[in-house]
Design a protein around this ligand. Structure first.
Ligand SMILES: Nc1ncnc2c1ncn2[C@@H]1O[C@H](COP(=O)(O)OP(=O)(O)OP(=O)(O)O)[C@@H](O)[C@H]1O
Length: 352
């Protein structure tokens, strides 16, 4: 498993483009008019100072010089990128001026703890990117050229920035209606099972026996107005039996020679060495992000760790795991592989 990249956003690593989206809130802090008035300032700065400092900065800098500009005000940055802010269109400006300007901007960025990165859409910067990259690296900063956009950041940059992609592809997954319904049904079944299993087993046994008793006797209690309770008892019993069955099946596979052989293979995967840490992180957090080398076992092992642990704790019947893959064929291959690793046919506890 790889180390988590450095982040100033707490324990969980959040990709920089997501962080940006969450920090940029002041849409109207500058206007395109202010940008037009300042052709020497084509660099946008992501990150905002505290409100009081923003006010001081507004007082200190005329609007056109405000250093705090939303990277997401695309109307401003794009409008101003090539036409308005190309330094070569201003008398006396040359490549060295441009680098000098970058030097100043990067120094400001390094010193300002409230800002994380600079974004420039200026065409000229793209041509000079190598120089900018060298300069940034000397200053201990990271840089990246995203198509038309130069970004210099205090944290490592990803290879792709969704927020800076003008030809942004459709990256959301659109599920067909039928599949969406099935997923919703699974989720709602899971939610109702979860709320039932929250009740302790001893409580369940007690209510079951007492309810069964009421149903079996003929003393008028039969008419007690609790029809839902009896349904619940039946459901709980089915649930419990299924959980027991899953545990027995799992144990018998794990004890078989095929199961032992498979376990030996699984133990050789890097993910297996992190099994306890992964399960503990999952039990203590709502969201866990795991990264690891290709083939280390993220896809096939982690869902199994969770399922095996739930089955062993007799919660197998209430455990639903959805594993997504970008392609139908890889989804089918993963499900077949996981079923095989569990000594099952597809369609038992694993389906695609
Ligand atoms: N269909 C398969 N048949 C045989 N072995 C497989 C199969 N699928 C996966 N494996 C084995 O399981 C290991 C873990 O695969 P898995 O897909 O879980 O890795 P991963 O970390 O998710 O990789 P990636 O990042 O590429 O998705 C692989 O290294 C491979 O040895």
């Amino acid at each position: 498993m790889k180390d988590r990249p450095p982040s100033s956003y707490g324990a969980v690593y959040v990709p920089p483009h997501h962080r940006l989206r969450s920090v940029i809130t002041c849409q109207n802090y500058t206007s395109s008019a202010s940008f037009d008035a300042n052709p020497k300032n084509p660099i946008t700065v992501a990150g905002f100072p505290p409100p009081q400092q923003q006010q001081e900065d507004r007082d200190r800098f005329p609007r056109q010089n405000s250093p705090y500009i939303s990277a997401y005000d695309d109307a401003i940055t794009e409008e101003g990128s090539d036409r308005d802010f190309d330094l070569s269109s201003h008398p006396g400006a040359g490549p060295s001026d441009n680098i000098e300007q970058w030097k100043r901007k990067l120094t400001m960025l390094s010193r300002d703890k409230d800002k994380q990165e600079l974004i420039s859409r200026e065409k000229k910067d793209r041509l000079d990117f190598d120089q900018i990259a060298i300069l940034a690296s000397r200053m201990g900063l990271y840089s990246h050229l995203y198509a038309k956009v130069v970004v210099v950041s205090k944290v490592p940059l990803p290879n792709y920035r969704f927020d800076l992609d003008d030809r942004r592809p459709q990256r959301e997954v659109t599920l067909p209606l039928g599949l969406l319904r099935r997923v919703e049904a699974h989720v709602s079944e899971f939610s109702s099972q979860k709320s039932r299993t929250n009740q302790s087993f001893s409580d369940v046994s007690f209510s079951r026996s007492s309810s069964i008793c009421s149903l079996a006797t003929d003393d008028g209690l039969f008419e007690a107005p609790e029809p839902l309770a009896s349904t619940k008892v039946v459901m709980d019993r089915v649930h419990w039996r299924r959980s027991m069955q899953l545990r027995d099946q799992q144990r018998s596979w794990q004890e078989s020679s095929g199961g032992q052989e498979m376990l030996e293979f699984r133990r050789s995967l890097p993910a297996y060495k992190e099994k306890d840490a992964v399960l503990s992180a999952i039990s203590q957090n709502q969201v866990v992000i795991i990264s690891g080398e290709t083939g280390c076992g993220k896809t096939t092992q982690i869902p199994q760790f969770i399922l095996e642990s739930e089955i062993e704790s007799l919660r197998g019947a209430g455990c639903s795991i959805i594993c997504t893959q970008p392609r139908r064929i890889s989804a089918m291959s993963v499900s077949e592989r996981v079923a095989a690793e569990r000594g099952e046919n597809l369609g038992e506890s694993v389906s695609s």
